[in-house]
Write a protein that binds this ligand. Structure first.
Ligand SMILES: [Zn+2]
Length: 137
């Protein structure tokens, strides 16, 4: 039942974050699944659906998007490798309606810390986390 516990904590975190961002309603939650996490994705998605049914209005009609996340990155330009923890320090505030509150998975902001190239590949990963929440204020 690991997937159920995970789904519940993800949704709870999403609602808490939407409160911080003063969102009236959450329209979309993106969830990053690390490759080393080894959850059953089908069960996880089912659990999310079921829990959402019993949640408050805030999660009504929310769209859940799952994406696979790996945690070690490698620059294609200079072959430098670095980890999320290195990356996390460099990530700044996000723009617009999107809330990147778990910045270690915000790949869009990533550049190679050594040569500055945006051309990198991801090599290993773990963990499950929310990568983005969209909502209405
Ligand atoms: Zn590089």
């Amino acid at each position: 039942m690991h997937e159920w516990a995970l789904a519940e904590s993800i949704l709870t975190a999403a609602v808490e974050e939407s409160d911080k961002g003063k969102l009236k309603r959450i329209t979309e939650i993106k969830i990053g699944l690390g490759e080393l996490q080894q959850i059953e994705q089908d069960i996880f998605e089912f659990a999310l659906d079921e829990i959402i049914k019993f949640q408050a209005d805030k999660l009504k009609d929310v769209k859940i998007k799952l994406e696979t996340i790996k945690s070690t990155l490698k620059c294609k330009n200079c072959n430098h490798t670095w980890s999320f923890s290195d990356m996390k320090k460099k990530i700044s505030e996000d723009e617009g309606e999107a809330i990147h509150f778990i910045p270690e998975v915000a790949f869009v902001h990533t550049r190679c810390p050594k040569c500055g190239s945006p051309d990198f590949e991801i090599t290993t990963g773990r963990g499950v986390s929310i990568t983005q929440i969209k909502g209405e204020k």
